[in-house]
Every structure is written in structure tokens, then in C-alpha cells.
Design a protein around this ligand. Structure first.
Ligand SMILES: [Zn+2]
Ligand SMILES: [Zn+2]
Length: 244
């Protein structure tokens, strides 16, 4: 039981901070917050992602490129240019690493206005931090796993952030229905997106990239939007006014 609680907590916490901090805040600035809260959420994002910490600035740049070049050859992770999800992951990993190390050139229009924390970003992206988190996950399983198959869940812990990215990028541009014609292959994979916390409403999101609510029809539900409304009500974040 502790292993399953640990697994689902890690799954949803890592995913929540990815959609909240990396995607909706760093990439799209759907809301603003004070520097103190930004640091708090930045640190929590690091803890939640652990060994697969994704530098928010690099995530934001890559994600802005994805919106600008959606499903074209310049898209960093369109499923339509790869024969399997692993090939797509390796390609986006290479671009991501190039953005972190600043070894690839990108248009200045994708740069700036994202959270940066030099010390944490450097440590979190480094091998020592990754190794320590991996040891922590393995030790937790060594103490609490009650069946051999539970150890098969460990690779998910190691690569949680990129796995979520791959599921969203692959499924969200390949399987599902479209509410809008966005001149790309973005799809809404399911009408109630609990497992990926709203991220699978890619078709809606590409149509309204700055809207904090990824659900657009009355029968769709983005479970993170009410959380944003609550944080706005509590004055922790300030939602931007968007139309449409
Ligand atoms: Zn997309
Ligand atoms: Zn986006």
C-alpha cells in the first residue's frame, strides 16, 4: 500500500507542478505571482520532479517553439515525424539539453519572461541531484515494496517529468477529437482529463493558448482550473484576464 500511495502521489504532484509551473506559468504566463511565491513553487517543482527535474526556462522556450511550429518539421516533439514515442522523446531531449546548455540557437522571440533560479536550476539538472533522488526512490521501495512487480514502477519515478511530456505530446497530437481547426493535428484525447490533469486538451489549448481553462465545452473538465481559481481567490496567484 505505501508504494502505491507513493507512486500516485509522485505521479500527480510531478504532473501538477509541470502543468502549473512549467506550462501555465513559465511558458504562457496565464497568471502572475510574487517573487516569493514564485521561488516557493519553483522549489516545490524541483522536489516533485526529483530525478527528472526539467529546467523551467528551457521548458518554456521549447514549449513556445512547439506552439509556433505545431506539427511541422520545426516542432520539437510532433508525433508525426517519429515512428515511435521513444524516438520523439530522444529528439526532444536533445533539444532540451541544447537549450539548458545554451548550445543551440533559438529565435529571440521565444526567450525571456520565465522563472530562473541559477543555483537550483544548475543543481537540479545535474547528475548529483538526479542520483540522490534515484537512491531515495530505490530505498523507499526497498523498505515498503511487498511484491516483486512493484519494482517495475521504479523507472517511472526516475523519468516522471519526461514520461508525462511524452504522453501529452504523443497522444495529444494523435488521438482524440477536435473542437477547433488549428491547422495542426492537436487533439482533445478525452473529455475528462483526470489522469493527465487537463494537459490532454491539446486542441482546445492550441486554439486558446493563454486561457487558463483547458476545457472549452460544457461537458469537458480540466481539473487544474478550479485549483487556479482557488489560488487566485486566496491571492497567491493573479489570473490574467483572457477573452475566449
Ligand atoms: Zn501541443
Ligand atoms: Zn502550451
Amino acid at each position: 500500500m505505501p508504494v502505491l500511495i507513493f507512486f500516485s502521489s509522485h505521479w500527480f504532484l510531478s504532473l501538477f507542478f509541470q502543468t502549473f509551473f512549467h506550462h501555465r506559468y513559465a511558458s504562457h504566463k496565464m497568471f502572475t505571482m510574487s517573487k516569493v511565491w514564485e521561488r516557493f513553487f519553483h522549489f516545490m517543482t524541483y522536489v516533485a520532479q526529483g530525478s527528472s527535474y526539467l529546467t523551467p526556462s528551457a521548458y518554456a522556450i521549447m514549449h513556445r517553439m512547439h506552439h509556433a511550429y505545431s506539427d511541422t518539421a520545426k516542432d520539437p516533439h510532433s508525433p508525426h515525424f517519429f515512428k515511435d514515442v521513444w524516438g520523439m522523446m530522444m529528439h526532444s531531449r536533445e533539444i532540451f539539453h541544447g537549450l539548458v546548455t545554451k548550445t543551440i540557437k533559438v529565435s529571440p522571440k521565444f526567450l525571456g519572461n520565465y522563472p530562473e533560479w541559477a543555483a537550483l536550476d544548475k543543481f537540479g539538472y545535474g547528475n548529483l541531484s538526479r542520483l540522490l533522488w534515484v537512491i531515495f526512490y530505490v530505498v523507499f521501495y526497498a523498505f515498503f515494496a511487498t511484491a516483486w512487480w512493484m519494482y517495475l514502477l521504479l523507472p517511472f519515478h526516475f523519468l516522471m517529468g519526461p514520461i508525462h511530456g511524452a504522453v501529452v505530446n504523443w497522444c495529444g497530437h494523435k488521438y482524440g477529437y477536435q473542437n477547433f481547426d488549428n491547422n495542426d493535428d492537436s487533439k482533445n484525447t478525452v473529455p475528462f482529463d483526470f489522469l493527465m490533469l487537463g494537459e490532454l486538451f491539446q486542441n482546445n489549448h492550441h486554439k486558446h493558448p493563454n486561457s487558463p481553462n483547458f476545457a472549452k465545452k460544457w461537458w469537458e473538465l480540466d481539473p487544474v482550473y478550479p485549483v487556479l481559481r482557488l489560488l487566485h481567490f486566496l491571492k497567491i496567484i493573479k489570473l490574467r484576464r483572457v477573452h475566449g
